[in-house]
Design a protein around this ligand. Structure first.
Ligand SMILES: Cc1ncc(COP(=O)(O)O)c(C=O)c1O
Length: 396
């Protein structure tokens, strides 16, 4: 039977990685990858994580299953991280966390929950969005639609977004990026989030907040503005949280699905259904990443180290954004690319066209996806002058 199976082309990013590896130009620059890089181009294990792992190695007494909802100790620390200490949502017992294999696993749980428990509800995602969103929801049998997010000049199109949200049929699900929008880097202001909240209320829409970069934008609490605002002002919210980026534990597959219900009783009903969805997918989530996170967040000392390391990553990205624009000044291109300094998170819609991206690769060995999305963590103080010169050349 397998003779009928057609081969599909590999991920465009993987092709880019291969081409980058083969390139012998010593000045080559990789802006395509999806992970944080430090000034040396590495994605190191955070010190807080190493210390937590050492403790786990010594203290772990069993490798037994941790249950479909994952380790309670993980949920106990992630919920206050997302909602804030003393949050009214937590005080009212309205939120529940189900540990999942990364933010991706949480998204699939959300998709299966919607498909089985909210039949007939479609899902709306921003255009553009993280490409995996486009696969996960249809894979669960859901119908996907897009709302505009950027205009023809590749800038945030908030009016277009809000106008489109107002047309969405009542009860449908709207996926929103809490912060550090991937791929564009354009985030909503607090005032814009308040306007979105009003439309969600008015249209009785269910927000699904993808929270993959808490702490990478402005700060742990600042980045949580939208999930907190929505959960405190709406009866029902779904949040998918990931610890891949902010703890640098990408391969440990650590995240959770957070369900917020009108009251504690409805939350328990929802929670019981989420357990079934998790069981039918993979039974139990992997334990190690959640154990690292709870070890860190249960210790004041490790939390302080981790916060410092996270701040360092965030500051590095935001400084590089500003320095990128500065490096373009001598070429008179600082205004054209000023938006790069205002965006947040690891990714930037630079505004470079597919043709310019091709030229950067072919003539300068600078690699990024053809949408013009660059990983800002691939910038460095060494390569910025070279990057600026190359961008000036393709702008001629
Ligand atoms: C917007 C968005 N959501 C979710 C994820 C999933 O993260 P994880 O690696 O935890 O599955 C990512 C990862 O790149 C992302 O960019």
């Amino acid at each position: 039977m397998f003779e009928q199976i057609e081969r599909v082309p590999g991920d465009a990013i993987l092709g880019l990685i291969e081409a980058f590896k083969k390139d012998t130009n010593p000045q080559k620059v990789d802006l395509g990858v999806g992970v944080y890089r430090d000034a040396q181009g590495n994605t190191p294990v955070m010190r807080a994580v190493k210390e937590a792992e050492a403790l786990l190695l010594n203290n772990e007494t069993t490798k037994t299953y941790i249950g479909s909802h994952g380790a309670p100790a993980y949920g106990d620390v992630v919920l206050p991280m997302v909602f804030g200490q003393g949050s009214p949502v937590l005080e009212a017992g309205r939120a529940s966390a189900t540990q999942s294999p990364g933010g991706t696993g949480a998204l699939r749980l959300a998709a299966d929950f919607i498909a089985t428990q909210l039949p007939g509800k479609d899902v709306w995602v921003s255009d553009p969005t993280w490409p995996n969103h486009l696969g996960i929801f249809p894979a669960a049998g859901l119908t996907l639609h897009k709302y505009p997010y950027v205009d023809a000049d590749n800038r945030l199109d908030f009016d277009g977004m809000l106008g489109a949200l107002k047309q969405i049929p009542e009860g449908d699900v709207v996926l929103l990026h809490a912060c550090c929008h991937n791929p564009t880097g354009f985030d909503l202001s607090q005032d814009q989030w308040k306007q979105v909240l009003e439309v969600l209320k008015e249209r009785k829409l269910l927000p699904l907040v993808d929270f993959a970069y808490q702490g990478f934008g402005e700060g742990l609490d600042e980045d949580a503005f939208a999930p907190r605002l929505l959960a405190e002002n709406l009866d029902e919210v779904i949040i998918t949280s990931s610890c891949s980026k902010n703890f640098g534990i990408y391969c440990e597959r650590t995240g959770c699905l957070i369900m917020v219900a009108r009251n504690a009783e409805q939350m328990e009903n929802v929670r019981s259904q989420v357990a079934i969805v998790a069981r039918e997918n993979y039974s139990n989530p992997p334990a190690h990443g959640g154990a690292i996170v709870s070890e860190i967040l249960h210790s004041d000392e490790l939390t302080a180290i981790w916060r410092e390391e996270l701040t360092e990553m965030r500051d590095r990205i935001n400084t590089l954004r500003r320095d990128f624009v500065e490096a373009l000044k001598p070429y008179g291109l600082d205004e054209k690319y000023a938006h790069v300094a205002e965006q947040r998170g690891m990714f930037s819609y630079t505004g470079l066209t597919p043709e310019q991206v091709d030229r950067l690769r072919d003539e300068f060995s600078i690699y990024m996806v053809r949408s013009g999305r660059a990983n800002v963590a691939g910038f460095s103080h060494e390569n910025l002058p070279y990057l600026a010169k190359a961008i000036a050349a393709v702008n001629d």
